[in-house]
Design a protein around this ligand. Structure first.
Ligand SMILES: *Cc1c(COP(=O)(O)O)cnc(C)c1O
Length: 335
C-alpha cells in the first residue's frame, strides 16, 4: 500500500458515506473575539460513536477482503469504538485490545456495541502484543489506529469537508497522537491550498509524535494518565506512513499542559455549551495558551471527541481537583 493522496481521500468519502456522517463547522464567537480573527469549530465529536475515528475505521473495514474471520486492534478507546461500530454494521467479529489506562467509560462504550474487550498491561505496546497473538492464533485482521493508508484516508475526509465548506481557511489546529488524523487532513487540505498552516497539538506528558518529528525517527514515550487520554501511546517503532507524512505536512507542533486542557474543557462548555473530551480540548488550550504566533487568520479547530467520563466532566465544570492516578490537577472555577 502507498501513502494516500487526494484521490484516495475522495474515494474514502464515498466508501464511508453510509456509516460516518458529514459534521458541522460552526463559528465560535467567544474564541473569535479572544483571538481577533474568525475561529470555527469542526464538530467531529458528533459522529455516532462520539469521535472522528469512525471515519478511518469504517474505511479500513470496508476495504478488507470479505472472507475474514473478524478484526482486532489496539486502542486508547476511540479507535476501538469506531472499529466496534463499523464491525457491527458489517456483521464482523471485533476484539478490541486496550491497556489499563483506558477510561472505563470508553471500555463500556465498546462493550455496548457488542465487541469483545481485552484489557492488557499498562501501554499501547502491551495491548498491541495481544493483537499480534490474535492475528497469529485466531486469524483476525489487525486494523492500526493510525499507521494504515485506509485509516489515514478516512480521517482525511475531514479535510475535504473543511475545504469545501470554507476554502478560505488559513490555519487548522488539530490534536496529534499517532498522526493519522493530522496527516490525513493535511494531505487533503494542502492539496487544495498548499499555503494552509497546519498546527498539531499534544499534551506535555507522552508526546510521541512531537518528539519523533524532532528526532527524525520513532521515539518511545512513557504512558501516564492525562486528561487527553485519547492522545496516549507511541507511534510504533516500525512506523511506515504517519511519521513521514506528519514530518512533511505539519508546519508546527506544540505541547499543552494538563491545567491548560482542564481550562479549555471549561471554556468550551461555558462559552459554546459543548462537551468535549480532553484530547479535543487541546486545540482550544493551544489557541488560548499564547504559544501560537498570530495572526492565524481564519482558523478551524478540529473537535475530535466527546467520550469523556460524565462524573469527571462534572468535576471539571465544578472546578474541583482531579486525581488521574499518576498525576493530580488542581481545580479552578471558570471565569
Ligand atoms: C485518536 C484521537 C486523536 C488523535 O488522532 P491520531 O490519528 O492518533 O493523531 C485525537 N482526538 C481524539 C478524541 C482521538 O480519539
Amino acid at each position: 500500500m502507498t501513502t494516500p493522496d487526494l484521490a484516495a481521500i475522495h474515494k474514502a468519502r464515498e466508501t464511508i458515506a453510509g456509516i460516518a456522517i458529514k459534521t458541522p463547522l460552526v463559528p465560535s464567537p467567544f474564541l473569535s473575539a479572544r483571538i481577533g480573527s474568525e475561529v470555527l469549530l469542526k464538530l467531529d465529536m458528533m459522529q455516532p460513536m462520539g469521535a472522528f475515528k469512525l471515519r478511518g475505521a469504517a474505511n479500513a473495514l470496508m476495504n478488507l477482503p470479505k472472507d475474514i474471520n473478524g478484526v482486532t486492534c489496539c486502542s486508547t478507546g476511540n479507535h476501538g469504538r469506531g472499529v466496534a461500530y463499523a464491525a457491527k454494521k458489517l456483521g464482523l467479529r471485533a476484539v478490541i485490545c486496550m491497556s489499563e489506562l483506558v477510561p472505563q467509560t470508553k471500555v463500556d462504550g465498546i462493550r455496548a456495541l457488542g465487541a469483545e474487550v481485552r484489557i492488557v498491561g499498562r501501554s499501547q505496546d502491551d495491548a498491541q502484543r495481544e493483537v499480534e497473538r490474535l492475528v497469529d492464533q485466531e486469524g483476525l485482521q489487525d486494523v492500526s489506529p493510525f499507521d494504515d493508508p485506509d485509516v489515514i484516508a478516512g480521517q482525511g475526509t475531514i479535510g475535504l469537508e473543511l475545504m469545501e465548506d470554507r476554502p478560505d481557511l488559513e490555519t487548522l489546529i488539530i490534536p496529534l497522537s499517532g498522526g493519522g488524523l493530522a496527516g490525513g487532513i493535511a494531505i487533503a487540505a494542502k492539496a487544495v491550498n498548499p499555503d494552509i498552516r497546519i498546527i498539531g497539538v499534544t499534551m506535555e506528558n507522552g508526546a510521541a509524535m512531537y518528539h519523533s518529528i524532532r528526532a527524525g525517527q520513532p521515539v518511545d514515550v512513557i504512558e501516564v494518565g492525562s486528561l487527553a487520554d485519547s492522545l496516549g501511546g507511541g507511534i510504533m517503532a516500525n512506523n511506515r506512513y504517519t511519521l513521514d507524512i506528519c514530518s512533511h505536512l505539519i508546519d508546527e507542533t506544540l505541547l499543552v499542559s494538563e491545567t491548560e486542557i482542564y481550562s479549555a474543557m471549561q471554556t468550551l462548555f461555558f462559552e459554546d455549551r459543548l462537551v468535549s473530551e480532553g484530547s479535543a480540548a487541546t486545540t482550544i488550550a493551544a489557541l488560548l495558551s499564547g504559544r501560537i504566533s498570530q495572526p492565524c487568520g481564519k482558523t478551524a479547530l478540529i473537535l475530535t471527541g466527546r467520550n469523556v467520563d460524565s462524573k469527571m466532566f462534572a468535576s471539571i465544570i465544578a472546578g474541583q481537583n482531579l486525581d488521574l492516578g499518576d498525576i493530580r490537577i488542581k481545580g479552578q472555577t471558570y471565569g
